[in-house]
Design a protein around this ligand. Structure first.
Ligand SMILES: NC(=O)c1ccc[n+]([C@@H]2O[C@H](COP(=O)([O-])OP(=O)(O)OC[C@H]3O[C@@H](n4cnc5c(N)ncnc54)[C@H](OP(=O)(O)O)[C@@H]3O)[C@@H](O)[C@H]2O)c1
Length: 346
């Protein structure tokens, strides 16, 4: 089979197509999928440059070559000996958290708790744009913040960075729960986020959201200090000062602290930083979020897509053979929706 691999950390030029790789054999609890489409997430660019080296190298059987990519949409080619809920030919989608199963390849083996039947009202290219960003938000709300749908109903939600992959999904999710949604983005994305349901759009080049918004219940900070100094301070300043308010950030320091302090000291150091921040902003809840797989989240996503509450938003489509160009596009930090990858037949 073919795949796009890296054999060292570095820039996009390290993404090389390899042919003649043996097709992997599914384990008893896995399915082998012929990938029709996948997508690029900012984490792929970070991993390519060596982010998370300490943890991801520990998880990999072989350090290099490494196949990146998390989202997939495709069809089942083979099922493992203990798999009874899938058949050959099923059209499926999902997202892998297995460092040995990158999806930027012709075939991939996926654990059965990371795959489900693809909604039939979207194409493979559209499907590949959603699982990672959706499950990121699912983890952020359900797993890390302990929020249930009934806790979110009709809440006032602010999203910092509403126009990218995570933002476009999250606006639609919050709107499906009757929330009032405010987002930041640049002028060029105003129409996009409005079409997804955003009630208030703040052009970050014109206005400071923390001078415009007040009395919010949730601040979902997708970009944090990457785009705004003291982002946590500014986001918390627009929240109601009570214990029902939540600041949720996707800028989780754990992987960085593991990289800088090692496996033994990295985790306690991240925990210490989190406790310190939690204390400072009491009574507001401070939640640091990191992607975690969830089959129930994936099933809920399938339902929301099938009923039309969530629509894929695609910035651009590249052939998987042009993965380097797709990485360059995502590296601009200003995409509208998702960059997806069309997998060639051969
Ligand atoms: N913790 C986790 O597990 C996890 C999981 C997924 C993603 N993430 C992180 O979450 C972030 C968002 O991911 P993504 O996939 O949505 O990224 P993305 O698709 O690359 O989108 C980035 C978006 O940021 C917007 N942006 C840039 N500068 C901004 C600013 N100053 N204020 C407001 N918006 C700004 C851009 O909109 P304009 O073009 O309008 O500027 C663009 O749409 C990334 O940093 C990613 O690494 C973390």
């Amino acid at each position: 089979m073919y795949a796009i691999t890296i054999s060292q950390y570095g820039d996009e030029s390290n993404l090389i197509r390899e042919d003649g790789i043996p097709i992997p054999e599914p384990k008893s609890n896995q399915v082998l999928i012929k990938v029709k489409a996948s997508s690029v997430n900012p984490i792929d660019l970070m991993k390519r440059k060596g982010y998370g080296k300490v943890i991801f190298e520990k998880q990999r059987k072989k350090t290099f070559p490494w196949i990146l990519g998390s989202d997939f949409s495709g069809s089942i080619e083979k099922v493992g000996s203990k798999v009874s809920n899938f058949n050959i030919g099923d059209q499926v989608w999902g997202c892998t958290s297995n460092a040995n199963s990158g999806t930027h390849s012709e075939y991939v083996c996926i654990d059965i708790d990371e795959v489900t039947i693809k909604p039939n009202n979207i194409s493979h290219l559209e499907a590949a744009s959603l699982p990672y960003v959706a499950l990121t938000t699912w983890s952020a709300l359900v797993r890390w913040s302990g929020l249930r749908p009934q806790d979110l109903n009709k809440k006032k939600v602010f999203i910092q960075g509403g126009a990218g992959g995570v933002g476009c999904f999250s606006i639609q999710l919050f709107k499906s729960m009757d929330c009032e949604v405010a987002v930041t983005c640049s002028k060029k994305n105003y129409d996009l986020v409005t079409s997804l349901g955003a009630d208030q759009v703040i052009d970050y080049n014109e206005d400071n959201f923390y001078e415009v918004l007040k009395d919010f219940d949730i601040a979902y900070d997708l970009l944090g200090d990457n785009v705004l100094e003291n982002s946590v301070d500014k986001c918390c300043s627009i929240l109601k000062p009570n214990s029902k308010s939540h600041y949720i950030t996707l800028t989780h320091p754990l992987v960085n602290t593991l990289d800088s302090k090692g496996l033994l000291l990295g985790a306690p150091h991240a925990y210490f930083l989190r406790q310190k921040q939690r204390k400072k902003y009491q009574p507001i809840n401070i939640n640091w979020s990191i992607y975690r797989p969830s089959l129930s989240g994936l099933e809920q996503l399938s339902y929301l897509v099938q009923e039309g509450s969530i629509k894929p938003v695609i910035d651009s489509v590249y052939s998987l053979n042009d993965l380097a160009a797709a990485h360059q596009k995502v590296s601009t930090g200003h995409i509208s929706g998702k960059v997806v990858l069309d997998h060639p037949e051969k």
